[in-house]
Design a protein around this ligand. Structure first.
Ligand code: HEC
Ligand code: HEC
Length: 207
């Protein structure tokens, strides 16, 4: 394991513990902290109130009642466009920890109770249709550019941890997709909830 991978693993486990661990049990995402993060993580640079000139869709389109996995899907979508703008403006991709993602998701009015109960067979179809297995493996079958999904260290218990993993890895995935000529997939509606539910149903139980 390289030093960078080791650091990433530590950050990931730390992030997971911060959400699931005992001290964090009382911690809930916070709307006000999320509002501050929306600016400090550069979101406000591209997402402004409707009517103001901005590169991304207006704040009102991001901030609406939605499921947490639905929002994770929307965050997934935005890697290619955001990468392009960031590279052009010579900015780094803003890294987000799990507790910060929790705050941001609350600020964007995401709530786990608004995600539907997953449809597992639709989730399995989504996994195949979105091309995840061109890069990842599921029980050993699939590509070698990404990880084996059944043993993903972030696990499939927390939509916050999932959204954090997606946020921090999507630039690498988008670049990889461009390199090997695979279409970077997009998610709408219930697709991410179904996919997440399917992956949870086939994954090794979290330690
Ligand atoms: C450099 C500009 C830029 C920054 C910074 C940026 N975004 Fe975006 N965002 C965009 C663009 C452009 C789109 C439209 C992408 C598309 O549809 O392909 C978008 C789309 C989105 C969407 C999806 C909207 C939808 O309906 O699918 C969400 C949610 C979102 N951004 C959240 C965020 C959050 C949260 C942050 C900060 C952590 C952030 N964005 C930072 C440019 C940016
Ligand atoms: C074009 C190749 C490619 C495709 C398609 C792709 N991924 Fe990835 N994925 C990667 C790579 C490469 C990484 C490692 C990124 C890194 O190290 O930062 C990764 C990382 C991840 C991670 C984070 C792993 C971690 O260590 O935290 C998850 C979760 C993930 N992918 C899920 C998916 C899902 C679900 C799909 C389909 C919707 C998908 N990926 C499609 C290449 C891909």
């Amino acid at each position: 394991m390289s030093a960078r991978q080791l650091l990433a693993a530590i950050l990931l486990v730390g992030g997971a513990l911060a959400v699931a661990g005992p001290t964090a049990a009382e911690r809930r995402g916070d709307d006000e902290r999320g509002r501050v993060l929306f600016t400090s993580k550069e979101c406000a640079r591209c997402h402004k109130p409707r009517g103001e000139r901005a590169l991304g869709p207006p704040l009102e389109e991001l901030r609406r009642r939605q499921g947490m996995l639905e929002l994770a899907g929307r965050l997934w979508n935005h890697a290619p466009a955001m990468l392009g703008v960031l590279e052009w403006q010579k900015l780094e991709w803003p890294a987000i920890s799990a507790p910060e993602m929790d705050d941001l998701m609350v600020y964007l009015q995401a709530d786990p109770t608004r995600d539907p109960a997953p449809n597992l067979s639709a989730g399995q179809a989504t996994l195949v249709r979105k091309g995840c297995l061109k890069c990842h493996r599921l029980r050993g079958e699939g590509g070698t550019h990404g990880i084996e999904l059944t043993t993903y260290t972030g696990g499939y218990d927390s939509p916050v941890v999932w959204a954090t993993g997606i946020w921090n890895h999507s630039p690498r995935m988008a670049r990889q997709a461009a390199q090997i000529g695979v279409l970077y997939p997009r998610f709408t509606g219930e697709e991410m909830a179904n996919l997440f539910g399917f992956l949870k149903s086939v994954a090794a139980p979290s330690p």
